[in-house]
Design a protein around this ligand. Sequence first.
Ligand SMILES: Nc1nc2c(ncn2[C@@H]2O[C@H](COP(=O)(O)OP(=O)(O)OP(=O)(O)O)[C@@H](O)[C@H]2O)c(=O)[nH]1
Ligand SMILES: [Mg+2]
Length: 304
Amino acid sequence: MASWLSALSRTRQQFAQALTRLWTGGGTAGQTIAELEEQLLRADVPLRLVGELLPQLRHSAGRGGPATLAELRRLLREALGLPGDFAWAADRKPRSFLIVGVNGSGKTTTCAKLARQAAQAGCRVLLGAADTFRAAGADQLTWWAEHLHCDVVAGAPGADAAAVAYDALAAAQARGCDVVLIDTAGRMHTKAPLMRELQKVRNALAKRQPGAPEEVWLVLDATLGQNAIVQARQFHDAVPLTGAIIAKVDGSSKAGFIFAVTRELGVPIRFIGLGEGADDLAPFEAEKFVDALLGAEASVGVQP
Ligand SMILES: Nc1nc2c(ncn2[C@@H]2O[C@H](COP(=O)(O)OP(=O)(O)OP(=O)(O)O)[C@@H](O)[C@H]2O)c(=O)[nH]1
Ligand SMILES: [Mg+2]
């Protein structure tokens, strides 16, 4: 699996100068703070959060670079809050996951990565290809299902996505699966009929099994930075989300926007995508994220 440190290198480059100054202790405290402010914003850390951090950082800046860095690390970790733990194992079975997002955000690839993680945790997984919008959508997921040796239920192009989701859950029940991951077509958050279709898919699952889907996860493309937050709010309004997955962190220079997901959306980040391979998905860990963002793995200093 790609490492957090390398996946976050493009974002980290955005404030490499400020980090170097903190490590080496060059410049005045005022210069250091001004540089940090500018560079945190460039990495798409939300303006409001940067505004909150600055007074505390100014306070520690008088004690030198390492103290400021330690304070920044502490504050950033705190800003992410403590996500509730997620575990694949559950009493309820099958547990269904509805995976939603705009076009190309990384949904299908993420479904495959999640299937692998769930299988590794000992779950029997069924993939439901409810992207009936284009033939390639179902083909892509079916290819992954074969590759990962898991079950798949796919709809024909143009079929009713809600019916496919219903059939997928029914098949998962009949086959004794633990986890069913429903991939959906990419959709513009501004198109009301498409958002209504998502509600139909969700309702179909609930009709098959009361309480389903247990999880609705939004896949966000990290390369979009804070532009992704607008989409996220619209999806949250249409089908209340229970979590977010941040894909393409490795290709992004704006991964600082992740702070806005937890703070402004109020849903936990469950996983982050660190590359294109089936193993390049990691459970989200605030400490690892902040350490990689600041160029250090845990307590071992790795300079930017
Ligand atoms: N580098 C990188 N690429 C990723 C990641 N996740 C997905 N991708 C790539 O992003 C592209 C789009 O991924 P898909 O999974 O097809 O996206 P989608 O949301 O299903 O797309 P639509 O179904 O067309 O809406 C593919 O080339 C993936 O390999 C990631 O974490 N890192
Ligand atoms: Mg897709």
